[in-house]
Design a protein around this ligand. Sequence first.
Ligand code: FAD
Length: 516
Amino acid sequence: MYQLYRLRELGLNVRVFEAGTGVGGTWYWNRYPGARFDSESYSYGYSFSRELLDEWDWSEHFAPQPETERYLNFFADKFRLRENIQFSSRVEAARYDDDKQRWEIMLPDGRQHTARFLVTAVGPLSAPTYPRVEGIDGFRGEAYHTGLWPKHPVRFEGKRVAVIGTGATGVQAIQEIAKTAGHLTVFQRRPNWCTPLHNRPIDKEEMDRIRAGYEELFARCNETAACFVHTIDPRGTFEVTDEVREAFWEKLYSEPGFGIWQGNFRDMLTDRSANKLISDFVARKIRERVKDPEIAEMLIPKDHGFGTRRVPQETFYYEVYNQPNVDLVSILETPIERITPAGLETSERAYEFDIIVYATGFDAITGSFDRIDIRGTGGRRLKEKWTGGPSTFLGVMVEDFPNMFMCVGPHTALGNIPRSIEYNVEWVTGLIRYMREHGLAFAGARPEAVKEWTDFVKLKGEGLLSNEVDSWMTGVNQNVEGKQVRIIARYSGSAPDYRAWCDRVAAHGYRELVLR
Ligand SMILES: Cc1cc2nc3c(=O)[nH]c(=O)nc-3n(C[C@H](O)[C@H](O)[C@H](O)COP(=O)(O)OP(=O)(O)OC[C@H]3O[C@@H](n4cnc5c(N)ncnc54)[C@H](O)[C@@H]3O)c2cc1C
C-alpha cells in the first residue's frame, strides 16, 4: 500500500492486484484467535505521515489482529488507496515481453494487463502450507489453517479441538483456544523457545507520550540491527559476573517484547557456550512454569539454542499445559500418519476431533514467488533461477528480470518489517523517479552486482548459530517439496549496513544496473 501511495505520488498509473477481498495482507488473512504483534504496535505503524501518526491511537503495546486490520483500513481510506486496488485478483503469471519491453500480468480468469514496471509485494509469510499427510480433505469436522482463517467467528466451547503446530502462530492460538475448548490436543513436532510478551493496554496519557516521542522512536529503530526498539547489549556473556548476568536475564524475562532476543548480550547468537547458558536460563523458566516434569521436558527445545529461530512470544502459554483440558503429543515420537473423517491417526493411536486447526505456517520468503509463474528475459523462470537459493541485487532486483522490483523480497533486511518496507519502497520509488528524470525505460541488475550482493549476504550469515538450524529463516519447510535443504534465505546483516549499501548505489547513479 505504501508503494502504491508513493508511485501514485510520482504520477504513475498504478494498479495493485490483491488476492484477498480487503486490505491488510498478513493482518487480513491471519485472523485466528490470539493473533497479535510481537513488534511494539507504535514501532510497527507507518512513520512517513505525521498526520497519520497524529490520527491513530494504539490501544495495546502489542495490538491484536483486529486492531491492526482496522489500522491498515484506516490508512487505505485516508489516502484513497482502494481506487487503485483490484481485489479478489490472484496473479497467476507474469511474463516479460522482450520485444515490447513490458511485463504481462495474468489473472486466472484470463484477464491480462501490461505494465512497464512490476513491483512484487507478495509477502514473506503469505503462502500457507499444510502437513504432508493424506486425508486432509476427507475430515468431516471443521478445519482451519491459521493463515486462511474465516471471517465468521469459530466457537470452541465444549468442542474437541486439535492444534497442529507450535510455531509463533500455534503458540498464540493455543493459549487462546485453551481458554474455552472442551478438550485441546496439541500436536507438536518441535518445541520452540517462547518468552513472555508482557502485553498491556495503552491509555490516553501514555499514547500522548508515545506520540510526542515518535521521531526519536523511529530514529532508534533505524539504528538498531533489526529495526526493533531493542538494542543489542554491547557486552559479551562472559564479560560480566554470574550475578550480573543472571540479574540481566531476569530483567529481560520480565520486560515486554523481544528484549530478551534482540537486546541480549552481543555474542548470544554466535558463541556456542554463551548460547548454551541463555538456553539453560530459559529452560529453567519453563521447568518452573510447567507442573508435570515430563511435559516440561517435551516443551524444552533440545535441537536448537535459544534465539536461533524466531522466538514466539506468549502470555501464559506454558501454564496452558497445567490445565486438565489440554494434552501435548509429540509427533516426532508418534508421527501423524493420516487425517481421518473423524479426526487423525498417529503411529500410536486414533483421535477424534470436532475441529482441527493447522498452525503449520508458511512456505516462507520465496513461497509466494514460487506460486506465480514469473518469467523474465528469454522466458527464464524465476523459480528455476532460485533453485538452490535466491540470488538478488539488494533483495530488490533479479538478473534477467528487468523492471521487476521486489518489496520485502529475499535477501533484503527484515526484522521489524514495516521499517524495512518503508525504506524498500522509497529506494524503488527513487530509482523509478531517476529513470523518469533521465528518460530511461529499462533497468536490469548486472550479473556482477548480483554476485557481489549475494556473496555479501552469504558472508553475513557465516558464524551465525541460526544458520545451523532448520527453520523458515534457513529456507527449510518439511511440508514443501524441494525445501528440505538449508539455504541462505535471508539477509542477516544489520539494517543500517543494508541501507548504507543501497544509499551508495543511488548516490552513484545506479552504476550496478544496466539502464537505458
Ligand atoms: C501471524 C503473523 C504475525 C506477524 N507479526 C509480525 C510482527 O509483529 N512484526 C513484524 O515486523 N512482522 C510480523 N509479521 C510479518 C508480516 O508478514 C510483515 O510484518 C508484513 O505484513 C509484510 O507486509 P507485506 O506487505 O510485505 O506482505 P503481506 O502483509 O503478507 O501482504 C502480501 C499480500 O500479497 C497478496 N498476494 C500474495 N500473492 C499474491 C498473488 N499471486 N496475487 C495477488 N495477491 C497476492 C496477499 O494476499 C497479501 O495481501 C507477522 C506475520 C504473520 C504471518
